[in-house]
Design a protein around this ligand. Sequence first.
Ligand code: AMP
Ligand code: MG
Length: 530
Amino acid sequence: MPKSDFLVLATIPMLHFDNRLVRELPGDDDTRNHSRQVYGALWSPVMPTPVAAPRLLAHSREVAQQLGLAEHDLASPQWVEALAGNVLLPGMTAYATCYGGHQFGNWARQLGDGRAIFLGETINSAGQRFELQLKGAGATPYSRRADGRAVLRSSVREFLCSEAMHHLGVPTTRALALVTTGEAVVRDMFYDGNPVKEPGAVVCRVAPSFIRFGHFELPASRGDEALLRQLVDFTIARDFPELALLSEERLLRWFVEICQSTARLMVHWMRVGFVHGVMNTDNMSILGLTIDYGPYGWVDDFDPAWTPNTTDAAGRRYCFGRQPEIARWNLERLADALAVIAPEPSALALGLERYDEIYAEEFQRSFAAKFGFAAWREEDAGLVEDVFSLMHRAEVDMTWFFRNLALVDVQAPALGRLHDAFYRAELLTEHASEFSAWLERWASRVRSDNERGESRKARMNAVNPRYVLRNYLAQQAIDRAEQGDPGMIHDLLDVLRDPYTEQAGRETFAARRPEWARHKAGCSMLSCSS
Ligand code: AMP
Ligand code: MG
């Protein structure tokens, strides 16, 4: 390296890397970058494909801080090049991992990181470990026939939503940065024979672990017990160190942990109205994090059958209301994989039982808070189910409903408080008496707690967000970014930092979905093409 380059590199702060995954797990001997089946290895070395003109569009200051980077470091030419995959900084190592998965209920065999390339594992000053990953950085051995790239629209959506989820208190992978590549990517958004050139982008994702259920399913499906065992031991040692010292109970205890964190995650999604859209087992995190933001969506008018994913429209496997059931199905597939090496396979059923218990407990705790009850009572189930059915029939906005419910005077409940949550005046009129009757029941239930109104309201507002990344808001930010103006990405990132607090002057970011967005692509339906 010429001396001048060395000096430049030496002046920008470097992260400390400790790349355990590639050090401790078997890698692929083939170092060429071509699509293939990879056996006996959990990762393949692969360099990102450089791009023409990287530009930093947005970054998360919280993630930068957590990693130990200053915001201006991130904006330095060296980091921008690194975030686009044009250079590796000292300590980084580039690879893609091998996994399989069940997609839409069917075993899909090997999938793998087809467009995500790891940069290694960094450790911050507090000793916390984070994997860094570039999504959209070019083809890998797992790309099959695809290009390994990502378009700006899907990258904006992943960047914004992972940060928004974090600030909502929902476990998630994070996003450090969003860069545009200066190159076009061709996509046929609706698979209708109309491919168009779209701007390309790369998101740098960050998580303690990107290991998925599918990582375990693939070696299990191939009968490679040794590899499966190695991966389980590694995952427990690195990502669940508190379990590492256990002996024969270890595998079961670990599976129970995964079931519990997945149950908690599902309650969070149901609480905030998030629909993942592609809950395939390759998109399920071993840490119970929300992972792989694709055709996800936010519930506007309450509808348990709503799915944002056009590919899912016919079967609705991944619709809002089925998410807890699908997560459990995915855990069953993970249990099938672990059964291959479990000392007592039937004991894994304990994990699934824990899933059911934790889901029920957490749901009750979370929804008691959403509805303003001091604690959940068995008879509350009827009250909650009745209003869900009403909200669906009357097309009521979920976010507005819960926020406004906190404003209702429980001594004299008036439906007027909820008017802003309705999308259609005629449906409000049609269901007004039913809603008023429900409000009376709800108010009397709340009065029976004998709690001060202010503390109840605070508890409700702490779990009922005012601002969520509504699909049409993300789409507006994308439309502007595609015109060269990233301003709305920054505005949304900022508003969504504090989603439970009323922010004066920012009412437009809380607005219900406007009528023009009801059936617009990107606003109410999304394709997997990204
Ligand atoms: P997803 O549905 O986004 O979770 O992706 C499923 C599989 O397809 C994963 O193995 C991805 O890595 C792969 N994949 C999706 N898009 C691309 C792409 N543009 N290039 C290469 N692989 C891709
Ligand atoms: Mg995926």
